[in-house]
Design a protein around this ligand. Structure first.
Ligand code: ATP
Ligand code: MG
Length: 586
């Protein structure tokens, strides 16, 4: 299951789901009203039959029959129209909910991996919203709206005769008891099934992404066995919930048939003792069917109701916890400094910091190289620097303003980030470089591509800048991807550019272009931070921060730091920076 830290807002915020449902209140009221009218109209059949037996047949009056038929036909048509309108209204209530909450849900899906670790594929919120919407658009809610009318029907049964009323009341109570029993017995397995369902999808997604590895090393069979196990658990939990629901559903149907006969028997007994007319037997039989119909509908919809309620709970919890960012004041573009004040970084879902007490300051035009062995916290630090992971302690400031004081979209414009594992989105090369801006500046795209030394490379692609890449487009080589991602980081001349191992897949030409790009950012008055394993990336920087075990063990001018970390006393840094020192010292 998911866990996340509560929102930083002081007042407990209202979940957007609750707000969206509240916004749909008018729609629900109208549906409830229609349900009420329909409930009364549903009596048409019973009353018609009563009139036939008690009035038309004894009097043998054809005109009365004709008048009744016309009246009943009109009422049935009206009922049909109302029913259709009610159905359409429910579909629209579902759509309105989706419109209100869809954006928030997408935001939460994006924020989720930044704040927490989950064992699912992370798309549960989307499925939850779908579940909620499809329930709202189904007959489920109409069943709930019809429930309050059961007393009306029962009352009518009592008016016919007290024994008919008692029979109906006992029947309805038994049905409600069965429904509650279903709820109690299916809740836990239904919840478990959702959990297993999520891990099943996560496994399938991971296998799909790593299909090449599975194929190359013959792991497909073993992963398939894993899948079978998780899938078995999922199906098992489902089966458990379904078994209960199906069993109780069958009991409900049997009970209903029994009640049908019971009310006839009671009626017959009353007619024998001349306490009721034959018409009343049939009318009350129909009436009781009507009284119990909402209960049966509720039982039939119970599973989806429970599922929708769980979805609503999960979504509300999630969206309430994520809250909504307080609107920050727009600030002037940064152009002076970037400072990091004793920050500690804890990855989402962990409790121990992987970066502790790092402090440094850079001024406009400076370039910093971050070096250190594997798992020393370089990438984690880089993620904190660009605002992906909020530091657990300390502050990161751009021109004196802490990152959280910036409007997120606005801040993004001043930051360029090249992650260690580059992923590009489905779209054209130009769209990817322009960060999917709605109206990108083509000059800026080309400038960024040139700065990243990738312009010629892009022109050689089949459709140049318009080439489709990503899942449904063409596949790029690792080096091509990295250089296009570098252009994306440089797009719009951001003030702060953070590159995590930008040269991992670069050839000599690419590395030269990278150095030029780093120097160009610095010449423009920007700040560059480069995480580097290989020496090539350090050529363009003037400062170095050496990391070891999540801590900064040296910071300062490049030569000084490199000399310091090359001393035998720090053997763990030696292999990483030795080569870089040789080249950069020359
Ligand atoms: N998304 C994550 N969730 C949890 N822990 C993480 C995450 N990313 C990194 N870590 C942990 O943080 C520590 C530092 O990892 P990090 O990726 O920052 O190292 P690095 O210095 O960049 O290593 P490399 O040179 O191999 O890229 C590791 O122990 C790792 O397990
Ligand atoms: Mg890294």
């Amino acid at each position: 299951m998911l866990s996340f830290s509560p929102t930083r807002n002081g007042t407990p915020p209202r979940s957007p789901i609750a707000a969206a449902l509240a916004a749909c209140r008018g729609g629900f009221l109208a549906v409830a009203l229609f349900s009420g009218v329909l409930t009364v109209l549903v009596l048409t059949g019973s009353l018609f039959m009563l009139q036939i037996y008690d009035r038309v047949l004894p009097s043998r009056s054809v005109p009365t029959l004709v008048a009744l038929v016309v009246l009943v036909a009109a009422l049935y048509s009206f009922q049909g129209v109302l029913d259709a309108i009610r159905g359409r209204m429910l579909v629209r209530v579902g759509a309105a909910l989706d419109k209100e909450a869809g954006g928030h849900t997408y935001e939460a899906v994006v924020q989720l991996p930044l704040r927490t670790r989950s064992d699912s594929d992370g798309l549960q919120p989307v499925r939850d919203l779908d579940q909620l919407r499809s329930f709202l658009s189904s007959t489920g809610p109409t069943a709930l709206f019809d429930l309050p009318w059961i007393p009306l029907y029962l009352g009518l049964c009592f008016i016919f005769h007290v024994w008919i009323g008692v029979t109906a009341l006992v029947g309805a109570s038994l049905l409600v008891a069965l429904t509650l029993l279903t709820e109690a017995l299916t809740r836990a397995p239904a919840r478990t099934a959702v959990g297993f369902g999520a891990s099943r999808l996560a496994l399938a997604g991971a296998s799909r992404r790593n299909a090449e590895v599975l194929q190359a090393m013959g792991m497909a069979g073993r992963l398939a066995a894993r899948w079978t196990e998780v899938n078995g658990r999922y199906v098992g939990a489902h089966q458990q919930a379904s078994d209960v629901a199906v069993g109780l559903g069958a009991a409900t149907r049997a009970l209903r048939m029994m009640l049908q006969s019971a009310v006839l028997a009671v009626g017959a007994y009353l007619v024998i003792h001349q306490e009721a007319t034959a018409g009343i037997i049939i009318a009350s039989s129909i009436l009781m069917t009507r009284a119990l119909a909402p209960v049966e509908l509720a039982v039939a919809n119970w599973k989806s109701f429970i599922a929708a309620r769980e979805s609503r709970r999960r979504l509300s919890d999630l969206l309430t916890a994520f809250g909504h960012q307080e609107a920050a004041m727009p600030l002037p573009p940064p152009n002076e400094s970037f400072s990091v004040e004793t920050i500690s970084v804890v990855p989402p879902g962990l409790h121990k910091p992987v970066v502790a007490d790092v402090t440094f300051q850079l001024r406009s035009g400076q370039g910093l190289g971050i070096i250190g062995p594997s798992a020393s916290g370089k990438s984690s630090l880089a993620r904190a620097l660009v605002g992906i992971w909020r530091p657990a302690r300390g502050k990161i400031r751009l021109d004196g303003a802490a990152l959280e004081q910036w409007v997120p979209e606005e801040l993004g414009r001043h930051i360029g980030y090249l992650p260690q594992d580059v992923e590009l989105f489905d779209g054209t090369v130009a769209e990817n470089i322009a960060r999917f801006e709605p109206e990108p500046d083509s000059q800026a795209i080309i400038a960024a591509a040139r700065a990243a030394g990738v312009h010629e490379l892009i022109l050689r692609l089949p459709d140049g800048y318009g080439s489709k890449i990503g899942e449904s487009g063409m596949a790029l080589s690792a080096g091509q991807r990295q250089r296009i991602a570098l252009a994306r980081a440089l797009y719009g001349d951001p003030f702060l550019v953070v590159l995590d191992e930008p040269n991992a897949n670069l050839d000599a030409e690419g590395e030269e272009a990278l150095t030029q790009a780093i120097l160009a950012v610095r010449q423009h008055g920007g700040i560059v931070i480069v995480v580097a394993h290989r020496r090539g990336a350090l050529v363009g920087v003037d400062q170095v921060l050496a990391m070891a075990n999540g801590q900064a063990c040296a910071f300062g001018p490049k030569q000084e730091v490199l000399r310091k970390v090359l001393q035998p006393a720090r053997p763990n840094l030696r292999p990483i920076v030795a080569a870089g020192a040789e080249r950069t010292a020359s």
